[in-house]
Design a protein around this ligand. Structure first.
Ligand SMILES: [Zn+2]
Length: 627
């Protein structure tokens, strides 16, 4: 049992360690005016930042999921720690010594298990690093690194080490430093055989320390070096209290600042690829450790990539274009498509990974590889086409059959239609035919089921479209504006009536908006029960009618319901988000156009882009407050 931590320790931590410094280890924060900071909430999944930090007061609050508290709560809940453990983590960061209440039960000398495991990992990393530079048997490891173009300064920068071949080299070393067998086993540094005696998990291998965002070593990745090693090529720390492989990204401690400032993250496959990228100047590179890139990894990166207005960064995957890469790309569709427009793929020339590329062709080739990225959707579709001979009609028909389902998996319908059009171009087929095929393919099994089944499916789809999730972070602004239009139309006035239809991305909100327009618009509406009734009468379906009621009842997300600035800033925000989307689309189009061969289209698109950028700038200069 831990003794109670003295109150003055907590006071000292508060004095020395501002909350924003603690939060920044996990979330990129941007100034949000009035001394406040904002970021993507680490406690819930969101697209627009609603996690607010008041550094002066030392408190945070998420307006999306209601998480709130101080630095201790933050670390506790995010790292799933006890109060004592959280204080110990913060004390270490603040350079405050932890002392415990006298007389409280069993005051410990040693800190929490978590802290002990971190200490053991720190000592283990130092031990391995010392072995790599100092021991004779590590020559095979040194040769491995040198052959791949990594000199001693590179080993030191990444903390690369060598695990000796002996069974108990590390185990003995750490036991001599006072760590127990239980601690070595719990941290995954040692493992046990049939007789139950612990021995080193990593033996005769190169080891890379894997760090969390704060830079603490939480595990290791170890590569086989010798022919007689029966184990897998790579061996990683198992799941431990410190190490969760679904979230761990190798290199994130070194990359996080550049990811946040350059709005880009590069995902490569291995430890040496991360090293090669960083040394080549691509310092946003990270890698997963012994697992495929998954939804939780996306979340970790998104928190670093958030911008003031929207998550707009790019995540670039490098693939060698083989089947594994294609599978990973297709899986990314299946997992989470809300960010599909932010995902890109850089296909490695001749299947060379970044490490090999740097060795053979130098730093510039690595940077060229990363720069040559294409949208993930395009990569996935083209991968499906690659198996067919498009020069013969039979090949094109089969290719369409293979690629249409891939296009159909795109959940964003505007994106889906756009790629259907492009697919038509790649195949040299009629656009309408391809569109029809893709739209038909969007319903797996449709046509196979009976007429009634199909009707049911359509009805369910309509219902889902009619009632968007009220907490959908991507739609919060749209919802809030629609609530105002129903509850307090006068506050929106003519501004709302003038909005372009493209600002509403959810069909259901667009349907309510159409009802508002038919009812006479917000410019002249007075509000009240009569107004809500009129809007309800004007909408097309019962489902949308229910939504109007819902919008009329739900409280506004502002304390001061009479605040005119709240309404204006929401409308401006909505316009800004739409502009951001349009600008992104245009930039994509510009990238695809050849400025020489397609000069007319290119110049027109460029002109449009400048107009949109100016409009966005003007919107911002109106000085509307953040919502
Ligand atoms: Zn939240």
């Amino acid at each position: 049992m831990a003794g109670r931590i003295r109150e003055d320790v907590i006071v000292a931590i508060r004095e020395r360690l501002p909350l924003d410094q603690v939060v920044s280890d996990y979330v990129a924060l941007r100034p949000a005016g009035a001394g406040r900071l904002k970021g993507l909430c680490p406690f819930h999944d969101e697209k627009t930042p609603s996690f607010n930090v008041n550094a002066a007061l030392g408190f945070y609050k998420c307006f999306g999921c209601s998480a709130s508290g101080d630095a201790i709560t933050f670390v506790r809940e995010l790292e799933h720690l006890s109060f004592t453990e959280a204080v110990e983590v913060l004390a270490r960061k603040a350079g405050v010594e932890v002392t415990y209440e006298q007389g409280s039960a069993a005051p410990r000398q040693q800190g929490s298990q978590r802290q002990r495991l971190l200490d053991a990992h720190r000592d283990a990393a130092a031990f391995y690093a010392g072995q790599l530079t100092g021991s004779d048997e590590a020559e095979i490891g040194r040769a491995f690194l040198r052959e791949r173009g990594f000199d001693e300064s590179a080993w030191a920068h990444f903390g690369v080490g060598y695990a000796p071949t002996g069974w108990e080299s590390l185990t003995t070393h750490l036991r001599n430093k006072g760590f127990t067998n239980e601690e070595l086993l719990a941290g995954g540094l040692a493992t046990t055989g049939q007789r139950g005696t612990p021995y080193d998990r990593f033996r005769g291998r190169l080891v890379w320390p894997i760090r969390d965002m704060k830079g603490d070593v939480i595990g290791f990745g170890a590569r086989r070096l010798r022919e007689d090693d029966q184990g897998p090529k790579y061996l990683n720390t198992p799941e431990t209290p410190l190490y969760k492989k679904s979230q761990v990204l190798y290199g994130v401690d070194l990359a996080k600042n550049d990811i946040a400032t350059r709005y880009k993250a590069v995902v490569v496959e291995g430890y040496t690829d991360v090293m090669a990228c960083h040394l080549a100047g691509e310092t946003t590179a990270v890698a997963t450790c012994g697992t495929a890139f998954g939804a939780e990894h996306v979340q970790v990166l998104r928190r670093l990539l958030m911008d003031q207005d929207e998550f707009r960064g790019r995540v670039v995957f490098t693939f060698d274009g083989d089947e594994a890469g294609q599978k990973a790309a297709l899986k990314a569709f299946a997992d989470d498509q809300r960010f599909v427009t932010q995902l890109f793929v850089a296909v490695q020339p001749d299947g060379l990974d970044p490490c090999e590329l740097r060795q053979q062709r130098g730093d510039l080739a690595v940077r060229d590889l990363i720069a040559s990225h294409v949208p993930l959707a395009e990569f996935a579709i083209r991968s499906a086409l690659a198996r067919f001979d498009l020069d013969i009609p039979e090949g094109r028909v089969s290719a369409l059959a293979a690629a249409a389902p891939v296009v159909a998996t795109l959940k964003d319908w505007s994106l889906r239609d756009e790629y259907a059009r492009r697919l038509a171009g790649w195949l040299g087929m009629d656009e309408q035919a391809v569109l029809a095929r893709v739209r038909g393919g969007a319903e797996p099994g449709e046509g196979a089921g009976g007429e009634r089944q199909q009707q049911q499916r359509r009805a369910t789809r309509r219902a889902a479209a009619a009632r968007p999730d009220p907490r959908d972070p991507g739609l919060i602004v749209e919802r809030e504006v629609m609530k105002l239009a129903v509850q307090r139309p006068a506050m929106l006035g003519p501004e709302f009536d003038a909005l372009d239809t493209v600002v509403f991305t959810a069909p259901a909100y667009a349907a309510v908006r159409a009802g508002v327009a038919k009812a006479g618009g917000t410019a002249t509406a007075v509000g009240g029960t009569e107004w809500v009734t009129r809007v309800r009468d004007e909408v097309e379906t019962d489902a949308v009618r229910d939504l109007v009621t819902e919008l009329a009842v739900e409280p506004l997300q502002t304390v001061d319901e009479e605040d005119q600035r709240y309404a204006s800033s929401l409308v401006a925000r909505l316009e800004e988000m739409a502009l951001t989307r349009q600008i992104q689309d245009l930039k994509g189009r510009l990238q695809r156009l050849n400025p020489v061969d397609q000069a007319i289209d290119y110049n027109r698109a460029f002109g449009e882009l400048i107009v949109l950028e100016q409009r966005k700038k003007a919107l911002r200069e109106r000085g509307v407050g953040a919502v």
